[in-house]
Design a protein around this ligand. Structure first.
Ligand SMILES: Cc1cc2nc3c(=O)[nH]c(=O)nc-3n(C[C@H](O)[C@H](O)[C@H](O)COP(=O)(O)OP(=O)(O)OC[C@H]3O[C@@H](n4cnc5c(N)ncnc54)[C@H](O)[C@@H]3O)c2cc1C
Length: 390
């Protein structure tokens, strides 16, 4: 296994870091800890197009994709999440929408002119997405949608929502259908929910009451369909979960590595200048132990994450992806917490910004399968058994 970046990967890392640090550090300081607006989000997304976070030219190398999200995680983690979701929704529409819907929306979504979101979770549907209750009833040439989606990334600022609905309860998950709801065409209600971190990455509730959506807004199953979608092919869904979360899981892991790396850098800088007992605190063995533990944790998480990305690009990698997701997101919390410790009281202040890194890091543990769910996946991959209670 190769542990070094290639020349190209190193160059992308250098260039994207230069861009992000010079152009987005101030943006995160001003906007990264307050609610996002659609205008600001679109302006930011457009600036990310040349780097391939969104837009027509996206990296084909899974390691480069990891580098992009890790680097963004160092400086503006909310924007990393926002771009990942906006891009995922854009690609889903570009690959799975009816030609008329695609012609109207795909380009705008890919170019940051409109923002998309994807809704699975509901008030009664979290770790077990197979219980989706939001209903879509086909009546003539319309779907009538009723239900609520919650914790939806980008939801409150989204122009377009891809909503997972149940179309036939008797079929269970096989009755699920992804339906595109265009807010302009069929307005729906949404609200932003305040959370502990990632304030600029909207976490929202969407409500649909007898919402009449054109039947051609169904995603998937059209003649030109070549989608690589959130919903796996129906055949595969009988094996277990009908959803494919792996690319989102490695995204959570990469961003966590970025947040933690920046926290370590800042903790080291502080330890080199802060003096107590007449010496820089970085000269004390116990402070060095904190820094060493942080470095070990980060290195392990980065290697696991890049390995998972590489394996995923070659085929089945559920175990590696879940290991990376659980380890890296929990690592992000441990490392930012230790970085606060190195900074003493200053670490607790808003002005130093380390507490924001910890709050942002904490958010990535939950989405796309909590740490418990990742462990269940790893356990199943190891034993072949689905875990039971007794
Ligand atoms: C930042 C963020 C972004 C998100 N973005 C989206 C989005 O864009 N779209 C979307 O649809 N959803 C999104 N979500 C929702 C996310 O997918 C859910 O929060 C997650 O799946 C967990 O569901 P829950 O919060 O309802 O927790 P629950 O499922 O209610 O879990 C509560 C606790 O019980 C544990 N638990 C549950 N089942 C088991 C089990 N079988 N064994 C052991 N422990 C178990 C969990 O690990 C957790 O500790 C997002 C969430 C966050 C935090």
């Amino acid at each position: 296994m190769e542990f070094e970046f290639t020349e190209e990967q190193s160059m992308v890392q250098r260039e994207v870091r230069k861009f992000i640090e010079s152009e987005l550090t101030e943006e995160d300081r001003q906007h990264g800890d307050s609610p996002m607006t659609p205008e600001l989000a679109k302006g930011l997304l457009k600036r990310l197009i040349p780097w391939g976070y969104i837009g027509p030219d996206q990296p084909t190398d899974p390691i480069i994709e990891g580098i992009l999200f890790e680097e963004m995680g160092r400086v503006f983690p909310s924007l990393a999440g926002l771009a990942f979701i906006a891009n995922g929704a854009a690609r889903y529409v570009a690959q799975g929408a009816h030609p008329d819907v695609k012609a109207r929306l795909a380009n705008d979504l890919l170019m940051g002119e409109r923002i998309g979101c994807m809704g699975i979770s509901e008030p009664n549907v979290g770790s077990d997405p197979t219980g989706v209750e939001c209903r879509a009833e086909l009546k003539g040439d319309r779907y009538i949608i009723n239900g609520n989606k919650i914790w939806i990334s980008n939801g409150h600022i989204a122009d377009v929502a891809i909503v997972i609905c149940q179309t036939d309860k008797s079929k269970g998950p096989l009755g699920f259908q992804a339906i595109l709801v265009d807010r302009k065409e069929t307005p729906f209600e949404s609200r932003d929910i305040e959370t502990v971190g990632l304030a600029a990455f909207p976490n929202s509730e969407l409500s649909f009451h007898d919402l009449e959506v054109p039947a051609i807004n169904r995603l998937g199953g059209w003649e030109t369909d070549n989608q690589e979608s959130l919903l796996l092919k129906k055949k595969e869904s009988t094996k277990g979960s009908p959803f494919n979360f792996n690319s989102a899981r490695v995204m959570c892991a990469s961003i966590s590595c970025g947040i933690a790396s920046k926290a370590l850098e800042e903790a080291i800088e502080y330890a080199k200048v802060r003096k107590q007992f007449g010496k820089e605190i970085g000269r004390f063995q116990l402070v060095q132990a904190l820094l060493a533990d942080m470095a070990m944790d980060i290195e392990a998480a980065r290697l696991l994450t890049f390995r998972a990305r590489q394996k995923m690009s070659r085929g089945h990698a559920d175990k590696e992806v879940s290991i990376a997701k659980a380890f890296a997101t929990e690592m992000g919390v441990r490392v930012t917490n230790k970085a606060m410790e190195v900074m003493g009281a200053l670490g607790l202040t808003r002005e130093a910004g380390m507490e924001k890194r910890m709050r942002d890091a904490r958010m990535w543990v939950v989405p796309d399968g909590t740490s418990q769910i990742q462990r269940l996946i790893i356990g199943k991959e190891l034993t072949g058994f689905t875990a039971t209670r007794g």
